[in-house]
Design a protein around this ligand. Sequence first.
Ligand code: SF4
Length: 271
Amino acid sequence: MARQIDPATRDALLARVRFYRDLGLTEFYRRPEDPALLAQLAALPAVASDEPQRDSSQETPIPPRKPMQAPPEIASAIPPAERASALQIIRDEIGDCIRCPLHVGRNKLVFGDGNPAARLMFVGEGPGADEDAQGIPFVGRAGQLLNNMINAMGLKREEVYIANVVKCRPPGNRTPEPEEGATCSPFLFRQIDVVRPEVLVALGATAATYMLGSRQPLAGLRGRVHAVRGTKLIVTYHPAYLLRDPRQKKEAWADLQIAMRELGLKPPGRG
Ligand code: SF4
């Protein structure tokens, strides 16, 4: 018979899970010591009242290791004035997409938002409840925090471009399955090729995994500049994770300062 656990115990267990993830320990999920307890954890209802833009990568098992499919070839550059229409062509091609199972629970497909010729582009994992309702990425509490992060860099939200690895909300805020991410991520790569930002920022481990094409602990990816599709990539925490653990905001700000350095930006008020 499955062991009963109370919400406080659940929170403690999830905090421990997040701590292990911060240390880069992820594979222990594959051999749970108590499957019944983990099954019961998964069955507990999620808090939905103030659910932020989803980032399950810090809380739930990442997908098992499988070879990741190669990303599409980098497309030719498009003049800035034509990038909005080029993005619309991708959106039209996606259409009322049923290419992966995530379409089943979708309310609105969340394509992307912002300046089609942005110098800076943020990439998250997938839509949350607010985004699914509005069809716009990062509009919930995590979106407000992302807006604050963008403002702290001396930019406005409308100056950057924002998209996710998957365009439809995974049920129960789970991490996208490898097949779902593999099916949807080519559209993200095409968006990146059109926008052609000078700097990409991956928000969380899932976004970093799909953009880099390999699964590595977030801790090992932060603090340096990667190269993706001819663009510089910085990896930092997802704003939803920062809402849960505000102590990491200082670390995230250090990551954003790397992006600012690469863009030649100075924080507001520092001339
Ligand atoms: S997540 Fe992407 S591939 Fe899957 S149904 Fe939505 S748009 Fe299509």
